[in-house]
Design a protein around this ligand. Structure first.
Ligand SMILES: NC(=O)c1ccc[n+]([C@@H]2O[C@H](COP(=O)([O-])OP(=O)(O)OC[C@H]3O[C@@H](n4cnc5c(N)ncnc54)[C@H](OP(=O)(O)O)[C@@H]3O)[C@@H](O)[C@H]2O)c1
Length: 291
C-alpha cells in the first residue's frame, strides 16, 4: 500500500524543498538534518523535527535521503542503531551518485531487510512541487508503488526507468553527457567565430534557430562571452567539475573509453586552477580560445 507519510533525511537546499513539498501535499512528514540549525525552519510547521536519526527512521515507512552524496548517506545510515530499524522500510536515495554506488547501496539495503529506490532529480530546488520537474527512479515496481504518494508530492513526473537500482543514475549521467557535449560544442564554435571575425550574435541567432532545444545554453554562453562577465546564478564550474568527474567514474565503471570525458575534465581542471571555479561554465571559452 502506498505510504502517506515520509521521513526526509537531509535538509540542504534540495532536501528542504522536498520536505516542504511533502508537507504541502498533506503527507505526514518527519525531518532530520545532521546540523540542527537547518531543521529550525521546520520547527513551527506541520513537519515533525526528529532529534535523532533513529527517531526519524522510526517515524515513517518511506525514508527519503537527500544529502551531499552516497558517502554522506553511508555515514548517516550505516550505524548499528539505524540499520536495526530499517527492516521493512523503503529507502529512497535522492542524493546524486553513480550506477555502481546505487547497486552497492541496494545490496546493503537488502542486507538490512529494506527495499531500495535510487532516484535522480532532473531539476533545481525551485522546481520541486512544480509540473515541470522530472525525477527518475530505479528499483522494483512494488517499492515504487509504496512510494507513489511521496513521489507525487514532489511534483511533476515520477518516471521509473527500470528494476535495476542503477538505471536512473545511468540515464541521468547519459543526459548530463549530452549537456556537457553541447556546452563544449558551443564554446568551441564561439572560439572559431571569434578567431575568424564572425559576430557572436550571428553565431547565437543561427545556432539557436537550428538547435532550438539547446538554445538556452547557447544564448546564455554567448551572452557571457560577449559581456566578458561569467558570474552565474545557475551553476558554477566547481559544480560542473563534480558532475564531469561523476560521468568519468560512470564511464570507467562501465569499461568505456574515457578520452572524451577526460578531455572535458582537463579544460575544467585548468580553468579551476586559474581561479575560475566559482564562475559559470562559459568561462571555459577563455581556455578553448587560448591557442
Ligand atoms: N541543489 C540542486 O540543484 C540539486 C539538483 C539535483 C540533485 N541534487 C542533489 O541533492 C543532494 C543534496 O543537494 P543540496 O543542494 O541539498 O546540497 P546542500 O544544500 O549542500 O546540502 C547538503 C546536505 O547534506 C548533508 N550532509 C553532508 N554530509 C553529511 C553527512 N556526512 N551526514 C549527514 N548529512 C550530511 C548536509 O548536512 P549539514 O547541514 O549537517 O551539513 C546537508 O543537509 C546532492 O546529492 C545533490 O547532487 C541537488
Amino acid at each position: 500500500m502506498a505510504s502517506d507519510s515520509v521521513t526526509v533525511v537531509g535538509l540542504g537546499l534540495m532536501g528542504s524543498a522536498l520536505a516542504r513539498a511533502a508537507v504541502a501535499a498533506g503527507l505526514g512528514v518527519t525531518v532530520w538534518n545532521r546540523s540542527a540549525s537547518k531543521a529550525r525552519a521546520f520547527a513551527d510547521g506541520p513537519a515533525r523535527v526528529a532529534s535523532t536519526i533513529e527517531e526519524a527512521v522510526d517515524a515513517s515507512d518511506v525514508v527519503v535521503v537527500c544529502v551531499r552524496d552516497h558517502d554522506a548517506t553511508n555515514e548517516a545510515l550505516r550505524t548499528s542503531t539505524v540499520e536495526e530499524r530499517l527492516a521493512g522500510k523503503v529507502i529512497v536515495q535522492l542524493s546524486t551518485g553513480t550506477p555502481t554506488e546505487a547497486r552497492e547501496a541496494a545490496t546493503w539495503a537488502a542486507s538490512v531487510g529494506a527495499e531500495y529506490l535510487d532516484g535522480s532529480i532532473m531539476g533545481f530546488p525551485q522546481d520541486i512541487g512544480t509540473d515541470g520537474l522530472v525525477i527518475l527512479y530505479g528499483g522494483e515496481q512494488a517499492s515504487f508503488e509504496r512510494c507513489k504518494l511521496v513521489a507525487a508530492a514532489f511534483g511533476g513526473t515520477a518516471m521509473r526507468i527500470g528494476s535495476t537500482p542503477g538505471s536512473a543514475a545511468a540515464l541521468d549521467n547519459a543526459l548530463l553527457s549530452i549537456y556537457f557535449g553541447f556546452l563544449f560544442g558551443v564554446l568551441s564554435g564561439a572560439a572559431i567565430c571569434d578567431a575568424e571575425g564572425i559576430p557572436l550574435d550571428a553565431f547565437k541567432d543561427v545556432g539557436s534557430s537550428m538547435m532550438p532545444i539547446f538554445g538556452g545554453i547557447l544564448d546564455r554562453s554567448v551572452d557571457m562571452i560577449v559581456s566578458d562577465a561569467y558570474e552565474s546564478e545557475h551553476s558554477t564550474l566547481h559544480t560542473s567539475w563534480g558532475a564531469m568527474s561523476q560521468i568519468a567514474a560512470v564511464v570507467r565503471d562501465a569499461g568505456l573509453d574515457d578520452r572524451f570525458v577526460e578531455c572535458m575534465r582537463s579544460y575544467a581542471a585548468e580553468a579551476i586552477d586559474a581561479g575560475h571555479g566559482a564562475l559559470g561554465n562559459a568561462v571555459l571559452f577563455k581556455h578553448l580560445r587560448r591557442r
